[in-house]
Design a binder for this molecule. Structure first.
Ligand code: DI6
Ligand code: FE
Length: 403
């Protein structure tokens, strides 16, 4: 006799383990926060369950995973958005102290409570769309105390809310004003002070760099990667967003978890990622908001078998969005990904991009009972609808967070 904590009946599963991994007329059981059984309802063994839910024909997917966000920051940059649309050039905005630096200034001025107050609503909007895991990067502090504050707020969010938060240190996001003209000195601070201090406090799950002409060079990126590797931390990279810096190939050399953006990714970069198992994270929100015209090489990534993940890239400058469902529609509409690829991109492939594929990202016995239930006719509906959230219930580690 199986003894379960909860059982979900009368539903269809998209397990996402092999394509959609559809199981129709299914049931799924939970014990101690993990999936204990799943299959066709007619094959249920004899059981007892403390709680039984009738899903009334809903579809169930793994909880969605947003594997690339900068969602902890203060202030916003709608003023720049309006100025640009009134004809003010980027350069003029930057000269007036706009851009990343203006968000850095606002974030440095906010305390932990202020950052939590401004950032928690963004996390909750993601969770309202069935997101059960969120990656949150630092990168708007650019000094020891503020970078630490962002990472501590991220850890606090996981303690306060029913969600899995993976933190990524992105101290090498931009050059802080006080280091103008001294980028190597700032990389020294990142490698010799920030990284060991934050790793020692257990604040970091992965390390990222913005490798770009307007960011940091491949050589500086490699210095950060070496420091991260010495601390046993995995790496990922903002790579080939605006130009080909060879960042994806560098990340593959360090067997990095993911290379992200990739509009300017080369054939060599694709091959290197395929060989290393590095996940391609595409960010259609930034592509759309910047009105980018260079598309990431989807056909090449597909042909090489590189896993493709998707994320909101939630940030105030280039992707002020908190909808992973809209991200899926953008990936299909703008990048021509299929609905299946889009759903893989926010479940199984996103889990790989965070190094947590053993824990979540598919519906499988032994994995965390992270689910989302949807009032849809087929899994493709999730990428098809625009601004029409069909969620019926969200479950994290077996606990129903809303239904
Ligand atoms: N790439 C981006 O698009 C964002 N950061 C990055 O590395 C921009 C962040 C901002 O403008 O605030
Ligand atoms: Fe980003």
């Amino acid at each position: 006799m199986m003894q379960w904590d909860s059982l979900w009946l009368n539903l269809h599963l998209a397990c996402m383990d092999d394509g959609y991994g559809e199981v129709r007329n299914a049931a799924i059981a939970v014990k101690e926060g993990k999936i204990a059984w799943l299959g066709q309802q007619r094959d249920l063994p004899s059981y007892t369950a403390l709680k039984t839910h009738d899903a009334q024909g809903a579809w169930m997917t793994p909880g969605l995973i947003d594997c690339h966000t900068h969602l902890i920051f203060a202030g916003n940059r709608s003023n720049e958005f309006e100025a640009r649309l009134n004809g003010v050039a980027y350069e003029e905005i930057a000269r007036q102290g706009g851009g990343i630096v203006s968000t850095v200034r606002a974030t440095r001025a906010a305390d932990e409570a202020g950052l939590m107050l401004q950032s928690l609503p963004r996390l909750r909007r993601l969770m309202a769309e069935g997101v059960t895991t969120v990656e949150i990067k630092s990168g708007y502090g650019l000094d020891v105390q503020t970078e630490a504050r962002i990472l501590r707020v991220a850890r606090q969010m996981q303690r306060d809310a029913p969600v899995r938060i993976k933190t990524t240190f992105l101290g090498a996001h931009a050059l802080p004003p006080e280091y103008a003209g001294r980028s190597d000195d700032y990389i020294d601070l990142v490698c010799n002070s920030m990284l060991p201090t934050f790793a020692d406090e257990g604040l970091i799950d992965a390390v990222d760099v913005f490798c770009e002409k307007i960011g940091f060079t491949p050589a500086q990126t490699e210095r950060v990667f070496q420091a991260a590797t010495a601390l046993g931390l995995p790496v990922k990279l903002h790579a080939e967003q605006l130009s080909d810096q060879g960042g994806a190939a560098l990340t593959a050399r360090y067997r990095g978890l993911s290379a992200d953006h990739l509009e300017y990714l080369s054939e060599e970069g694709i091959a290197a990622m395929a060989n290393a198992g590095t996940v391609a994270v595409l960010l259609p929100g930034a592509f759309y908001f910047l009105r980018e015209t260079k598309y990431p090489p989807l056909a090449g990534l597909r042909a090489a078998g590189v896993p493709i993940a998707l994320a909101t890239d939630c940030n105030p400058g280039t992707s002020p969005m908190t909808s992973l469902l809209l991200t899926m529609n953008m990936a299909c509409t703008l990048f021509r990904m299929t609905p299946l690829e889009a759903l893989q991109g926010v479940t199984c492939h996103a889990a790989r991009a965070l190094g947590i594929a053993a824990e979540t990202g598919t519906l499988a016995v032994g994995k965390s009972a992270d689910f989302a239930l949807w009032a849809i006719e087929r899994p493709a509906d999730l990428a098809y609808h625009i601004g029409d959230n069909r969620i019926q219930a969200r479950v994290f580690a077996g606990e129903v967070t809303f239904q």
